[in-house]
Design a protein around this ligand. Structure first.
Ligand code: DTR
Ligand code: CA
Ligand code: ZN
Ligand code: ZN
Length: 442
């Protein structure tokens, strides 16, 4: 099992951030079923006006039209695109810098924009590649991600946001040549600077004309932030399965930075099941104009572009403005434990020591269980004295995958020190999985 990436900020803050972001707060009494309740967001993101995002796409289309029909690396259309985005950010008060590199015999450019303020040692970054292929204007691929990211940055400025973490945005060159710009950025970032990046959010194709709603399955906190947003809209999401290595998040993931992102699909075909849940046309590609000359202003689904742009803002706000939760002490077990299908319960143990007195009335139990059809699963926290606290009961109809959640348990009647166990049982046939990791935060 590939261990999932942790937010690379100091563990205590990471856990606090994860807890602050986690959507499920549950107070459980012995054998009571935890009743999840979503916490109020620390600071709700504003709506991102679709018209503003579309206006950026109109400009990028004009740039392509005026420069040989594309915005590809090494061409005039790319540099004009970078200059357009940079001018908007400079006017909005960002600290911008152009990073030059050479590939395929031509000069490429990355644009980095820092929003002044926030903890310089904990950076939340969002980015998109701005280059197109040479065959077209690249309005969905990837004007859409570039414009959604740009408009979110401009919304940060309009709000004069004062985030806890530092916010940085990036627009990458030469992604279509092999993630060249983002690799150059990461490779030229000193290790000490890399370790300050708490997470990188990537947006590459977020307005496909026959859209799917895919969330990258990488860092669980980032993934959950996006999935919670779409759940709030009543929009089902799927895990992005073709994404590994396919866009700029790979450059960050390869050096251990937690990543996440959104995607509405490229040349793969939408299935009938997907058309059932998302609408659109089954048997047709998510984007029939992928890497083609028809990837122009008309090659966008406005609803998908709007929803994903709003999701970008939601994640940027949520991941950078979470309340300063007093750090707790974390006890974690990241060893994978296989869960037998429709079989006996398994446990994973964390041993708590060196504490005094009882556990808190709001003991945080963070779980990461990878398992298809999570309705099969029953989860309990078992205290050192054997008392069981129900975290999650079986719910046959819940066909979604994975239990990535944080529960709050009133464990004030339990002594803190001792061997605490997460007990998981699969109570229905078919579908299997494993405990990926879990942790207690006191
Ligand atoms: N490689 C990207 C398009 C792409 C294809 N699959 C994925 C998955 C996740 C993000 C992006 C993509 C491009 O052509 O720019
Ligand atoms: Ca919107
Ligand atoms: Zn592409
Ligand atoms: Zn792309």
């Amino acid at each position: 099992m590939t261990p999932h990436l942790k937010l690379s900020i100091p563990r205590r803050t990471a856990a606090a951030a994860a807890l602050a972001l986690a959507g499920l707060l549950a107070s459980a009494a012995p054998s009571a079923t935890a009743a999840p309740a979503a916490p109020a967001p620390a600071l709700a993101a504003p709506d991102i006006p679709l018209a503003n995002v579309k206006a950026h796409l109109t400009e990028l289309q004009s740039i392509a039209t005026a420069n040989g029909g594309n915005r590809a690396h090494g061409r005039a259309g790319y540099k004009a695109s970078i200059d357009y985005v940079k001018a908007k950010l400079d006017a909005a008060g960002f600290t911008t810098s152009l990073q030059q590199f050479t590939t395929s015999g031509a000069t490429g450019y990355n644009l980095i924009a820092d929003w002044p303020g926030g903890d310089a040692n904990s950076v939340v970054m969002a980015g998109a590649h701005l280059d197109s292929v040479s065959s077209g204007a690249g309005i969905n691929d990837n004007g859409s991600g570039s414009a959604g990211t740009l408009e979110t940055a401009l919304a940060v400025s309009r709000a004069q946001l004062k985030p806890v973490k530092h916010l940085r945005f990036g627009w990458w060159g030469a992604e279509e040549l092999g993630l060249v710009g983002s690799k150059y950025y990461v490779n030229n970032l000193p290790a000490a600077e890399r370790s300050k990046i708490a997470g990188y959010l990537n947006f590459d194709m977020i307005g496909s004309p026959n859209p799917g709603y895919f969330v990258y399955d990488d860092d669980p906190t980032i993934e959950k932030t996006f999935k919670d947003y779409f759940a709030g809209l009543g929009v089902a999401t799927e895990i992005e399965t073709e994404g590994d290595g396919r866009s700029d998040h790979a450059s960050f993931k390869n050096v251990g930075i937690p990543v996440g992102g959104l995607f509405t699909g490229a040349s793969r075909t939408k299935s009938s099941a997907q058309a059932q849940k998302w609408g659109g046309t089954a048997g047709q590609a998510f984007d029939r104009c992928y890497h083609s000359s028809c990837d122009s202003s008309t090659n966008i689904n406005d609803t998908a572009l709007d929803r994903n742009s709003d999701a970008i803002a939601h994640a940027v706000w949520a991941l950078s403005t979470e309340p300063t939760v007093p750090p707790g002490d974390i006890y974690e077990n990241a060893a994978d434990v296989a869960i037998p299908d429709n079989g006996a319960a398994v446990t994973s143990t964390v041993t708590v020591s060196g504490r005094t007195g009882n556990a808190p009335a709001a003991l945080k139990v963070g779980v990461d269980v990878k398992h298809t059809w999570r309705g099969d699963l029953v989860l309990d926290l078992v205290a050192p004295d054997g008392t069981a606290y129900r975290l999650k009961s079986a719910s046959g109809s819940d066909s979604a995958d994975n239990v990535i959640a944080t529960y709050t348990v009133n464990a004030s009647s339990e002594t803190a020190n001792g061997a605490w166990k997460l007990r998981v049982q699969d109570v229905a046939a078919q579908d299997t999985g494993y405990i990926d990791s879990w942790k207690l935060t006191f």
